[in-house]
Design a protein around this ligand. Structure first.
Ligand SMILES: [Zn+2]
Length: 70
């Protein structure tokens, strides 16, 4: 699983939300999640549109290869 990252609403620093998700879980994440920010100490909320997951060991380019036609 990958760490879910978001930019701190206070100072824009990239912080770990404390959530860990697979890419599939992240794509399916519809909720609004709360976490305590490690940059400013406040509670922030994030939604998928504002967040991203840390690149995993398998890079996106490797998984983006087109499926075999046959
Ligand atoms: Zn913050």
């Amino acid at each position: 699983m990958a760490r879910v990252l978001v930019a701190c609403a206070q100072d824009g620093r990239v912080v770990h939300t404390g959530h860990h998700m697979t890419a599939a879980q992240f794509e399916a994440a519809n909720a609004r999640y709360a976490f305590r920010c490690s940059a400013c100490g406040d509670i922030h909320h994030w939604v998928r549109a504002e967040a991203w997951i840390e690149p995993a060991r398998v890079v996106r380019a490797a998984t983006a290869a087109p499926a075999e036609a046959e």
